[in-house]
Design a protein around this ligand. Structure first.
Ligand code: Q46
Ligand code: ZN
Length: 299
C-alpha cells in the first residue's frame, strides 16, 4: 500500500501508478503542455523525476527522446550518466548527449570557480543554455523537465521571500516558445518527491539516489526542508501554496517578466537570446577556458 498523505488515501501498486499517470495527463491538459504530434525532448539527469516523467510520457503515447548533459561533476556525473544510458538502452529509446568538458572544454566545478559563481548558478545557466540549444538544433517542439511539486513550491518560496518579481512572473508550469527560446513544460507539478520515488520503485526504474555533491549549502534545499516541516503538520500546504499562486497571484507579475524579455537580443557569439551583448553561457565558458567561444551564430 502506498499512502498519499495529501489525498489522505492509500493505494495499491496498480492504482498508484494509474494515479501518477492521471496526474500527469491532467497537468498536460489543464496547462496545454503538449499536443499528440509534438516532438518532445526530455531533460534527463539520471534521477527519479526525469526518468519517471520520460516513462510516463511514453506510456501516455507521446514521442519523447531524452537529453543527458554531462556536467563534469566527478563520480556523480559518471554514475548519473550510466543510469540515464541504461534506462534508454533497456527500452530502445533515443538519448542525446552533450558533455560539457568534451564539447565545451570546461566542467561545472572549475567553471564556477573561474567565474566566481556558486556551482548551482553556473550549472543552472549552463543546463538552460544547452537544453535550449539542443532543442533548437534537433527540431524539437518542446523541452520537458522533471520538476515536481516539491521543487516548484521551494522555488516559489525563495522567490516570494526575496520578492523576485521577474522570476515570479515566469514561474509557470508552461513557458511558451518565444524570443528564440523553445517551449518548456513541467508535467510533474501535480506530484511530489515521495510519489516519484515510489513510482520508480514500482516500475523497476533504477535511478541515482545520491545527491549532487555540489548541492550542499544550496538555499533551495533549505526551502524544501522548511516546506516539509509545514507539510508534516498541515498536509496539502505545498499544493495550496503553489496552485494558489498560479490561480490568484502569478498574472500580477507578468508585466515584470515581460519587461525583462523585451530587452533580449541575440548573443553576438552564439546567437542565444540574452539581455547583454554576450550571453551568460558564453561568458562563463570564456572565463573557464580562457578562450573566447565561437559556437557558430544561429541563422
Ligand atoms: S546538478 Fe547542478 Fe544541481 Fe549539482 S551543481 Fe547544483 S544545479 S545540485 S539540480
Ligand atoms: Zn552565447
Amino acid at each position: 500500500m502506498i499512502n498519499v498523505r495529501r489525498a489522505n488515501a492509500n493505494f495499491c501498486a496498480e492504482h498508484f501508478l494509474r494515479l501518477c499517470r492521471d496526474q500527469v495527463a491532467r497537468a498536460i491538459k489543464d496547462f496545454q503542455m503538449l499536443s499528440s504530434t509534438d516532438r518532445v525532448l526530455v531533460a534527463v539527469s539520471g534521477g527519479k523525476d526525469s526518468l519517471a516523467v520520460w516513462d510516463i510520457l511514453l506510456q501516455l503515447g507521446y514521442q519523447a527522446d531524452g537529453l543527458y548533459l554531462g556536467l563534469g561533476i566527478g563520480d556523480y556525473s559518471d554514475s548519473s550518466g550510466a543510469f540515464a544510458r541504461s534506462f534508454a538502452d533497456e527500452r530502445g529509446l533515443s538519448l542525446l548527449e552533450v558533455d560539457l568538458p568534451r564539447d565545451h572544454g570546461f566542467d561545472i566545478p572549475t567553471g564556477a570557480a573561474a567565474a566566481k559563481r556558486v556551482p548551482c548558478s553556473a550549472c543552472g545557466l549552463s543546463k538552460r543554455h544547452l537544453f535550449d540549444e539542443a532543442a533548437r538544433s534537433g527540431g524539437y517542439d518542446v523541452v520537458v523537465t522533471g520538476h515536481n511539486l516539491d521543487d516548484e513550491a521551494a522555488v516559489l518560496f525563495g522567490n516570494v521571500l526575496h520578492w523576485q518579481a521577474d522570476y515570479l512572473g515566469r514561474q509557470l508550469p508552461v513557458l511558451p516558445a518565444r524570443h528564440g527560446f523553445p517551449k518548456k513544460v513541467k508535467p510533474l507539478v501535480r506530484l511530489g518527491e515521495r510519489e516519484m520515488a515510489a513510482y520508480c520503485v514500482l516500475r523497476g526504474i533504477d535511478y541515482i539516489v545520491e545527491e549532487c555533491p555540489m548541492a550542499a549549502g544550496n538555499k533551495h534545499l533549505g526551502y524544501k526542508e522548511a516546506l516539509n516541516a509545514i507539510e508534516a503538520t498541515s498536509p496539502g500546504s505545498k499544493h495550496d501554496f503553489y496552485f494558489g499562486f498560479l490561480a490568484r497571484a502569478s498574472a500580477r507579475f507578468t508585466p515584470e517578466a515581460e519587461a525583462e524579455q523585451r530587452q533580449l537580443t541575440a548573443c553576438e557569439r552564439c546567437g542565444a537570446p540574452t539581455p547583454g551583448e554576450v550571453c551568460a553561457f558564453c561568458k562563463l565558458a570564456e572565463r573557464a577556458t580562457g578562450v573566447p567561444v565561437q559556437l557558430g551564430r544561429r541563422s
